[in-house]
Write a protein that binds this ligand. Sequence first.
Ligand SMILES: NC(=O)c1ccc[n+]([C@@H]2O[C@H](COP(=O)([O-])OP(=O)(O)OC[C@H]3O[C@@H](n4cnc5c(N)ncnc54)[C@H](OP(=O)(O)O)[C@@H]3O)[C@@H](O)[C@H]2O)c1
Length: 259
Amino acid sequence: MIAQPYLSQLFSLDGRVALVTGGSSGIGRAIAGALARAGARVVVVARGEAALADTVDELTNDGCRAAWVSADLGTRDGVRTAAEKAADVYGEPDILVNSAGINLRPPLGELTDDVWDATMAVNLDAPFLLGQRFGPGMAERGYGRIMHITSQQAHRAFVRSGAYGVSKGALESLARSQAEAWSPYGVTCNTLVPGFVRTPLNERLSSDPATVEALAARTLVGRNGLPEDFAGAAVFLASRASAYVTGQAVFVDGGFSVH
Ligand SMILES: NC(=O)c1ccc[n+]([C@@H]2O[C@H](COP(=O)([O-])OP(=O)(O)OC[C@H]3O[C@@H](n4cnc5c(N)ncnc54)[C@H](OP(=O)(O)O)[C@@H]3O)[C@@H](O)[C@H]2O)c1
């Protein structure tokens, strides 16, 4: 049997440390689980302690190594404190996944400064600050993987994107800038682009069955996304196998974006 060692060489995350923001819910939780099950020690960061503890319990019960840090990534101090606390658990991360995000959805004409600032703080500033904190160290050590979760709205106006779409468009640009800065030193930076995935983030949209059905019909696969659809792509982008993939937007959307 040569398959197992071959697959391990490509994809195993044994010995790696990962930090996953928003790792207590939805897409982030599925990614944290995938990285942990592929061998990484994972620290999940979000605010709600019950969901964080539940995530870590699920993973440790499965024999994975995982821990949580509760922090508000909506303030710069919160991000900095979270970064230090997370790095204290298993050491400096090799893999950084920015999945924490908010979508407040007021129509653009009613969008206040506060909503704009809150959106940019969590969706864009936090990934930037975490990249500044961990990217240079990854480059110095010669291995790093940074992943941001963006959105269809980084590429097109859609369901009143407003501030959210702007934050995600900028996040795609941030990934390219990070890729330019650190790829020569073994640090790849990419984004995962979901279609529509039913999670607490889009409860309001999900409450309308006709909208949910119409969104599924816009995919090529014929269904909306599930958090676990991101597991394989995340392990790939976190692993040695993706060493030559950088600055890319990887659409995990059932073909939504090309239909
Ligand atoms: N679901 C979709 O259809 C979809 C589509 C496109 C893109 N995305 C993107 O995918 C990512 C994950 O979304 P999801 O659907 O999985 O959402 P979700 O289930 O609502 O999860 C969001 C996560 O972010 C955390 N979070 C939110 N605000 C935070 C803050 N201020 N500080 C720290 N953590 C915070 C939440 O935990 P706490 O609330 O406990 O802090 C939670 O763990 C987001 O970036 C989202 O924009 C989702």
